[in-house]
Design a protein around this ligand. Structure first.
Ligand SMILES: CC(C)(COP(=O)(O)OP(=O)(O)OC[C@H]1O[C@@H](n2cnc3c(N)ncnc32)[C@H](O)[C@@H]1OP(=O)(O)O)[C@@H](O)C(=O)NCCC(=O)NCCS
Length: 164
C-alpha cells in the first residue's frame, strides 16, 4: 500500500510536469487526499520496470493509468479512464496497451460494461491508438459534446440550489 501511494504521488508529479502546471505540491496533496481516503475518488495502476531498465532520470515507475467509476442509467456500471501516461522513452513497448487492458480487466471484474475516456482533438496518435483497440469516437458517431461547469459558473449553480 505504501509503495502504491508513493507511486501515485510520484506519478501525480509526472502528470503535473507533463501538463506544464506550476503548483506541483498542491496537486500532490490533493492526489494524496483524494486517492487515499476512506472512499477514494480514483484508483490508479502504475507500470514499473526492473531496476536495470530504469528511466534516464532514474525512475522505475514509468507510467500510470488513473480511473474512477461512473454509472449509466441505461447500461449500468462504467469506468472512466482519466489519465493514461507512459514516459516518452518507454512508449512503443506495449506498456500503454498493457495499462489500458489492465483497466479493462479491473472494470470487467466489477461488472462494468463500459470503459470511457476523453481525448483532445489534436492528439491524433491517441485517437488512432484507441480506435485501433476498438474504442468508438462518440463525438463522431453519436454527436456527444463534453460539458463542464467550473469556477464562477459552478459556484453560481451551487448558490442557486434550493435550500430545503
Ligand atoms: C498514443 C500512445 C498512447 C500509444 O502508446 P504506445 O506506448 O506507443 O503504445 P503501446 O506500445 O503500448 O501499444 C502497442 C499497441 O498499440 C498500437 N498502437 C500504438 N500506437 C498506435 C497508433 N498511434 N495508432 C494505432 N495503433 C497504435 C500498436 O500497434 C500495438 O498494437 P498491438 O499490440 O495490438 O499489435 C502514446 O504514444 C502517446 O502518445 N502517449 C502520450 C500521452 C497521451 O496522450 N495519453 C493519452 C491521453 S488520452
Amino acid at each position: 500500500m505504501a509503495l502504491v501511494e508513493t507511486n501515485v504521488i510520484y506519478n501525480g508529479k509526472m502528470k503535473c510536469l507533463y501538463l506544464g502546471k506550476l503548483s506541483v505540491l498542491s496537486l500532490l496533496l490533493e492526489l494524496e487526499r483524494d486517492g487515499f481516503c476512506q472512499n477514494p475518488f480514483f484508483e490508479c495502476l502504475v507500470a514499473e520496470v526492473p531496476e536495470e531498465y530504469k528511466s534516464n532520470e532514474g525512475f522505475t515507475v514509468v507510467g500510470y493509468a488513473l480511473y474512477y467509476y461512473t454509472y449509466s442509467t441505461w447500461n449500468g456500471r462504467s469506468l472512466f479512464l482519466e489519465d493514461l501516461y507512459v514516459m516518452q522513452e518507454f512508449r512503443g513497448k506495449g506498456i500503454d496497451k498493457s495499462l489500458l487492458c489492465k483497466v479493462a480487466e479491473v472494470g470487467k471484474n466489477k461488472q462494468c460494461v463500459r470503459l470511457q475516456l476523453s481525448v483532445l482533438d489534436w492528439n491524433t496518435p491517441s485517437l488512432d491508438f484507441y480506435a485501433a483497440k476498438g474504442g468508438q469516437d462518440l463525438t463522431a458517431s453519436e454527436g456527444w459534446h463534453s460539458i463542464r461547469f467550473d469556477g464562477q459558473h459552478l459556484d453560481k449553480l451551487a448558490d442557486e440550489a434550493p435550500k430545503d
